[in-house]
Design a protein around this ligand. Structure first.
Ligand SMILES: NC(=O)c1ccc[n+]([C@@H]2O[C@H](COP(=O)([O-])OP(=O)(O)OC[C@H]3O[C@@H](n4cnc5c(N)ncnc54)[C@H](OP(=O)(O)O)[C@@H]3O)[C@@H](O)[C@H]2O)c1
Length: 221
């Protein structure tokens, strides 16, 4: 199982790359620039040692060689990224952690309402032949990249493809401290995406960078 993190040169993708490599997974970091992809892969090896399975490739090539493809790019870069990879992700699991925030277009931390309902549903409309999964919206890059600490957060996973959802839940559970929760159909991803706006507000309010969520009363504590 090879995992591609497109835009894995940025905070969220790089944090996930670190955590998946630490868990022994086979990871490929994607970028629009080969140089930046190779540099990020080198930085993972610097953190975790030369034995980890990580490589750097252009986004479209990373999508081609991977089984599960994470869209760790900002909303503003999403459509061009989808266009670049569309032919290489047919039949594959595509994971969207993308949060639609007004801040992306120069506004505040309020969520943007999309006609599709959520970013993940927008991705599913565009990639009709892929199995789109929404996950990892509420885990901060800060928490992912601090390898000394476990990531204390629930990861809510939504998809209309049961097999893909189960796979991404298993991947999430490989990260220390993460509990994966079945969030139901992809249409529920709108709630999960919007929750991140509240977490960012809490970060500011409490002068922290890595607030997360824990759901109680599920009988799985
Ligand atoms: N940061 C967090 O704590 C966090 C938490 C939850 C969810 N998320 C979501 O995860 C995604 C990535 O977040 P991030 O903070 O890592 O973002 P970021 O650092 O702003 O960007 C990640 C990477 O995306 C690529 N990129 C930037 N602009 C692009 C464009 N116009 N077109 C194509 N690619 C572009 C860049 O890689 P190259 O230049 O190398 O191609 C960049 O390094 C976002 O959608 C965000 O909402 C982030």
């Amino acid at each position: 199982m090879k995992i591609a993190l497109l835009g894995g040169t940025g905070d969220q993708g790089f944090g996930l790359a670190l955590r998946f490599c630490k868990a022994g997974m086979d990871v490929v970091i994607g970028s629009r620039s080969m140089e930046r992809a190779l540099e990020a892969a080198k930085n993972v090896r610097t953190e975790l040692g030369n034995n980890v399975k990580v490589e750097g490739l252009l986004n479209e090539d990373a999508a081609k060689v991977a089984d599960a493809v994470f869209l760790t790019v900002p909303l503003t870069g999403l459509i061009p990224t989808l266009k670049a990879i569309a032919n290489n992700v047919k039949g594959k699991v595509v994971v969207s952690p993308v949060v639609p925030l007004e801040a992306e277009i120069g506004g505040t931390l309020r969520p943007i309402r999309l006609w599709s309902g959520s970013v993940a549903e927008l991705v599913a409309e565009r990639l009709k032949d892929s199995k789109v999964v929404a996950a990892f919206h509420n885990v901060s890059a800060e928490a992912l990249s601090d390898l000394k600490k476990s990531v204390e957060c629930d990861v809510i996973v939504c998809s209309d493809h049961e097999d893909a959802k189960q796979l991404v839940m298993q991947l999430a559970q490989k990260i220390d401290g993460v509990r994966a929760l079945d969030g139901g159909p992809l249409s529920n991803s709108r709630f999960v995406e919007e929750l991140t706006a509240l977490l960012l507000f809490l970060n500011k309010k409490y002068f922290v960078k890595s607030s997360g969520v824990r759901f109680t009363g599920l009988g799985r504590e």
